[in-house]
Ligand binder design. Structure first.
Ligand code: HEM
Length: 217
C-alpha cells in the first residue's frame, strides 16, 4: 500500500467527520443554543466511552499492535470525573446513565479491547486524535457559552496537561499509525472499524439531539 496509513484512515473517515461535526446536536451545542445541562449530559456519555477505552489500557500496553498507542498523557477518565463533579456535583455518579447508543458504543470498544487490537486502535484514533483537534474548538465554545474558566473546571476533558505541543504529538501519533504492525488487509479492517466508530458517535449525537430538542422558536 503506497498511501501512508494515517492518510488512508483520515481520508476514509472524512465524510463521516463532516456528518458528526454538522449533526444537529453538535451544531446546536457549538452554536450556543443549548443549556449547560445538554453539555453535562454529553460529558456523561463521554465518561462511558473513555472508561471502555482506558480500562483496557493496562492489558493492551504491551500488545504489538495496540501497545504503541497506549500513552499515559492521553488518559481522560480522571479529567472527565473532575468535569462531572463540577457540572453535576459531588454525587455525580448517582444520576449517571448511558443512553442506549452510548452503551452500544462502549460495548463495541470493550469488545475490540478484549479480542481485536486493530479494532481498538480504530477507536483510539477516532477519539483521541479528534479530542486533540476539534476538541479544542468545543472547549473554546463551551468556555464562552457557559462561562467556564479557560481550561478550567468543566472543560478539563479537553485539556491535555501533559501534552505541551499538540501539533507535534499528533505528528508522532500519525507516525505510529504509519508504522502499525499489521498487513494491508488488516489495515482495511481497521479503516472499516474507524468508520463504525464514527457511526457510533453520530448515533450518540442523534439520541442527545432527541433529548435536547430546540423549542421551535
Ligand atoms: C463539532 C465537532 C467537531 C469539530 C469542530 C471538529 C474539528 C476538527 C478539526 C478542525 C480537525 C482537523 C485537525 C487537524 O487537521 O489537525 C479534526 C480532526 C479530527 N477529528 Fe474532528 N471535529 C469535530 C467532531 C469530531 C467527532 C465527533 C469525531 C469523532 C468522534 C472527530 C474525530 C476527529 C479525528 C479522528 C480527527 C483527526 C483526523 C486526522 O488528522 O487523522 N471529530 N476535527
Amino acid at each position: 500500500m503506497d498511501t501512508p496509513f494515517s492518510t488512508l484512515i483520515r481520508t476514509a473517515s472524512h465524510e463521516q467527520h463532516t456528518e458528526a461535526e454538522t449533526s444537529t446536536f453538535m451544531s446546536d451545542l457549538l452554536g450556543g443554543r443549548l443549556g449547560v445541562d445538554a453539555y453535562a449530559r454529553y460529558t456523561e456519555q463521554l465518561w462511558f466511552v473513555y472508561r471502555a477505552l482506558e480500562d483496557a489500557a493496562d492489558a493492551l500496553k504491551d500488545d504489538p499492535v495496540a501497545g504503541p498507542f497506549v500513552q499515559p498523557e492521553l488518559m481522560r477518565v480522571g479529567a472527565l470525573e473532575d468535569d462531572l463533579a463540577h457540572l453535576r456535583g459531588a454525587d455525580w455518579r448517582s444520576g449517571l446513565t448511558a443512553l442506549p447508543a452510548t452503551a452500544a458504543y462502549a460495548e463495541r470498544v470493550a469488545e475490540c479491547a478484549r479480542s481485536w487490537p486493530g479494532g481498538y486502535v480504530a477507536h483510539h484514533y477516532t477519539r483521541y486524535l479528534g479530542d486533540l483537534s476539534g476538541g479544542q474548538i468545543i472547549r473554546d465554545k463551551a468556555e464562552k457559552t457557559w462561562g467556564f474558566a479557560r481550561k478550567g473546571d468543566g472543560v478539563r476533558f479537553y485539556v491535555f496537561e501533559s501534552i505541551g505541543n499538540p501539533a507535534a504529538f499528533k505528528r508522532h501519533y500519525r507516525e505510529l499509525l504509519d508504522a502499525i504492525a499489521v498487513d494491508d488487509l488488516e489495515k482495511q479492517r481497521v479503516v472499516d472499524e474507524c468508520k463504525r466508530a464514527f457511526s457510533l458517535n453520530t448515533a450518540v449525537f442523534r439520541e442527545l439531539g432527541d433529548e435536547f430538542p430546540l423549542s421551535a422558536a
